[in-house]
Every structure is written in structure tokens, then in C-alpha cells.
Design a protein around this ligand. Structure first.
Ligand code: BG6
Length: 468
């Protein structure tokens, strides 16, 4: 079977991870510009000041995407380029840059798929309480509206937020991302609620604006599975899915929070402050979401947690490797002997991907899905001129097959974006962990080279994955 004609084959990036030019053309300072420079926060002190210099090389990069046959490019907009201090004047040069990127994509027939928020928050907003403060939501909605107005004549696909669970949990539970706070569960839940409200307001505003196109949110998708049939571990599975999936997907797709979680949070004094008006907004806007974006890398294998340890902080949590108790100490994630893992300890599990999509369909109906990220983080072997990244090909191939199976059984998946289109800065792993189809040579003036996977993906797109 060939993938349907309107199924999008794409690949993705994010502003802070590729652009560089951190203080050029009127750009303001973001929380990541500040956080990455605090000693010990990132791998070998890497930061996005230059990144892979996409800001100056976007034409070359988009030409390579076109050569690969990419149908859509998912990228994010740096808020600090558009509204440098988060709330004040709009910066024309920032608009110009994204106008150029969008036009360059369209020149080759590549659909620009825009993420409004991929973690780089204007620093003044971070200092004012970040996502704990509803002023940040107000500022976000204005930023979104500026973007709709500037780019809405050409951009038809909008994602409000990338992975709320990551920037909130690493920001307020483990301290591995800005603002670097550890063990503040109250702030964590409050921030997530404020993001959902900001999303809902941005969706409603988009729908009222009359621009054509679709809008949704991108969530981490890491469905939890018990390691065995033991009742305690089965309970751990339900608990994990409630906190890491339902808490995030329900307010967006059902317009309400899962009672199992709200009851527990209320009893623990962790329930976010929420107004009747906000709850009504969530209910009203849920049906307006045109799609849900899934970033799938691996599932969680869970069991009951016996130790008294809770996730109070510690950098080990930020690698994504299993072995940590949940924030409330109820369950823990574990590595299993019969599973396959990447060098960073992320399980390679295409079957769990398909099972997870079935679970989503069961709970939320046949909502339109885009796979907005999926890929393999690896240290690619560099042999002479060739970059032979067969493990990446194997990973993407098996996950694309899962997507194909999902489509053939009637799950509404409408596109697949590999992470990442080009090697880029990993937030916490520097340039050591690579994901791209295009290699960036940091020892040779950031020269671009096509990897083996580049040619493989080109062929997959050209044949619409018929052979998979
Ligand atoms: C996702 C993010 O969480 O995972 C990306 O949306 C990120 O921005 C990707 O790069 C891979 O993460 P890591 O830690 O392996 O570089």
C-alpha cells in the first residue's frame, strides 16, 4: 500500500536548536539564552548562540530539504525575534526572517508547519514567574495573534505548544530546564494548567480570525505499560497513564481534567488554581482542535515503586532513561531485559507506538493525528565522506511501518515528521546526540553533508512508503 496522497512526509526542527544568531537583528534574550550559560546546566556548556547557524543558512538548508523531497517542514518561531521582550513592540526584522523562511519553503512546494512555542520564552516573562503567571498566557496569546496576522496568509498549519510535560516537569520538578526549580509539584501543575488555557485561547482566537488552516497542540506520547500482570503493577500502569497522558490530552481533547488526577491533587493540596471561566473555555474549545500532534520516541515500562524515593530533582531524570520513580513516588519506570534500547537508554518499541495510538483512539475518538516528532538519537559513525546511519534508518523504518499499519486500520494519522531534519543542538546533550538526515560538521565551518538516511528518506517519500 502507498500512503495516501494527502499524507504529509516531513521533518522537524526548533528555533533555539538550529538558528543561532542569538542577539542579532533585534532579537531579545530568551530563558534558554540565560539558562544554558549557567555553569553545569548543559552538556559541556553548549548553548544555542550559534547552534547550526540556520538563521544565516536557511536557504541552503531548505534547498537540501527540497532535494530530499520533503513535503512539509516543521519549525518553531522564536518569540524573542518577533516580540523581543515578550510583551512590547513587534520587531520587523524578526517577522522578515520568518517571512523569508516561509517563502523559501513555498518556493519548493514545502508546506511550512509552524510551532509557536518550542520552549524559548522571553527572559522578562520567565523572571516574572514564567508559566506560573497568567500574564505569560496573555502575552502568548498576543504573540500568537501577531504570528497569525503576519504569516496566516501562507501558513495553514499551526501548533501552539511543543511538549508541555517536558518544559513544565523539567522546569519545576527536576530543575533540568529553565527556570531550574526542583521538586515544586504545585508550580508544575499550575504551569500545565496555564499552558492549556493559553492554548485554548490561542485556538479560539485563530478560529475567530477567519484565517484558513488548522491548529492543534503537540504532546509527548509515551504510553505506559505494566511490566507484567501483577495487580500492583497494573495499577501503576493506570496511574502513569492518568498522569502522563490523560492529564495532558483530556483538557485539550475532552475539555475537562481526569477526575482520578484532580481528586488526588485536591487531597494533596496540589490542584492548580482554575476559574469557572477557564474551565468553560476548555470545554468550549476542545472541539475546535483540528488535530493532536504526537512526539513519540519510546513507551514507559512501569511497576509499583517500593522505595520511599521520589523525584525531588537530580539531573539523571533529564536524560529520559528509565529507572526513576514518578514525582509522587507511586510508580517507577524500568528497563527490561527483553527490550531493545538506544545508546541513551530509550526503548525502541514500534509495537508500543501502534498500541498507544489504538489507546488514544479508544479514549478520544478518531481525532486527526500528526506524528510531529519521531527519530533516533545516536552518535553517527563518520567514515570519510560517508555518514552511515543505518540504525536511524532501521528505527524510522519500523516506526513508519507502525504508522502505515495504523492508517490501514483506520486510525486518522495524516502526517509523519521525523526528528530531526538536520543535526542540531540537543538541549542537554549538546551535539553529541544526533538525529538528522543532514550532518553538520562542527570541525569544518558547519558544512552540511547528506547522510545515508537522507537518500533513504528521499526514496521513501518518492515511493510513498509503498515497499514498507
Ligand atoms: C523532544 C523535543 O522532546 O525531544 C526536541 O521536542 C528534542 O526539541 C527531542 O530535541 C530529543 O531530545 P534529546 O534530549 O534526545 O535531544
Amino acid at each position: 500500500m502507498k500512503m495516501p496522497k494527502d499524507f504529509l512526509f516531513g521533518a522537524a526542527s526548533a528555533s533555539y536548536q538550529v538558528e543561532g544568531a542569538w542577539n542579532e537583528d533585534g532579537k531579545g534574550v530568551s530563558n534558554w539564552d540565560v539558562f544554558s550559560k549557567i555553569p553545569g546546566k548543559t552538556f559541556e556548556g553548549t548553548n544555542g548562540d550559534v547552534a547550526i547557524d540556520h538563521y544565516h543558512r536557511y536557504k541552503e538548508d531548505i534547498a537540501l530539504m527540497a532535494e530530499m523531497g520533503l513535503e512539509s517542514y516543521r519549525f518553531s518561531i522564536a518569540w524573542t525575534r518577533i516580540i523581543p521582550d515578550g510583551t512590547g513592540e513587534v520587531n520587523q526584522k524578526g517577522l522578515d526572517f520568518y517571512n523569508n523562511v516561509i517563502d523559501e519553503c513555498l518556493k519548493y512546494g514545502i508546506i511550512p508547519f509552524v510551532t509557536l512555542y518550542h520552549w524559548d520564552l522571553p527572559q522578562p516573562l520567565e523572571e516574572d514567574g514564567g508559566w506560573r503567571n497568567t500574564k505569560t498566557s496573555d502575552a502568548f496569546v498576543r504573540f500568537a495573534e501577531v504570528c497569525y496576522k503576519a504569516f496566516g496568509d501562507r501558513v495553514r498549519n499551526w501548533i501552539t505548544f511543543n511538549e508541555t510535560v517536558i518544559f513544565c516537569s523539567l522546569g519545576y520538578l527536576t530543575g533540568a530546564h529553565p527556570p531550574g526549580i526542583e521538586g515544586d509539584a504545585k508550580a508544575y501543575f499550575q504551569a500545565t494548567h496555564n499552558v492549556f488555557v493559553a492554548h485554548a485561547r490561542a485556538v479560539e482566537s485563530f478560529k475567530k480570525s477567519g484565517y484558513e488552516g488548522e491548529i492543534g497542540i503537540t504532546h509527548v506520547f509515551n504510553p505506559a505499560f505494566s511490566i507484567d500482570d501483577d495487580e500492583d503493577n497494573k495499577f501503576a500502569e493506570r496511574h502513569a497513564n492518568a498522569y502522563s497522558t490523560h492529564w495532558y490530552y483530556d483538557p485539550i481533547l475532552k475539555g475537562s481534567y481526569p477526575e482520578y488526577v484532580t481528586d488526588a491533587l485536591e487531597a494533596q493540596g496540589l490542584l492548580p488554581e482554575m476559574t469557572e471561566e477557564e474551565l468553560a473555555l476548555l470545554r468550549r474549545t476542545a472541539p475546535m482542535n483540528d488535530f493532536i500532534g504526537l512526539n513519540y520516541y519510546c513507551p514507559q515500562r512501569v511497576m509499583k515503586n517500593d522505595s520511599a524515593l521520589v523525584m525531588s530533582g537530580g539531573r539523571e531524570n533529564s536524560t529520559g532513561k528509565p529507572g526513576n520513580p514518578s514525582f509522587d513516588g507511586v510508580y517507577k519506570t524500568v528497563m527490561m531485559d527483553d527490550k531493545e534500547y538506544t545508546k541513551w537508554g530509550w526503548e525502541i518499541a514500534p509495537d508500543a507506538f501502534l498500541d498507544g495510538m489504538r489507546m488514544l483512539k479508544e479514549r478520544y475518538g478518531n481525532i486527526k493525528i500528526y506524528i510531529t516528532e519521531n527519530g533516533l538519537g545516536d552518535e553517527d559513525p563518520i567514515a570519510g565522506e560517508e555518514i552511515l546511519d543505518q540504525p536511524r534508518i532501521d528505527y524510522i523504518e519500523s516506526h513508519l511501518r507502525a504508522v502505515k499499519n495504523a492508517v490501514s486500520e483506520g486510525i486518522n494519522v495524516s502526517g509523519y515528521f521525523a526528528w530531526s531534519v538536520i543535526d542540531l543542538l540537543s538541549w542537554l546533550n549538546g551535539y553529541k546526540k544526533q538525529y538528522g538526515f543532514i550532518y553538520v560538521d562542527h570541525k569544518n565551518g558547519l558544512a552540511r553533508k547528506r547522510k545515508q538516511s537522507f537518500f533513504w528518506y528521499k526514496d521513501i517519500i518518492a515511493t510513498r512508503a509503498e515497499e514498507l
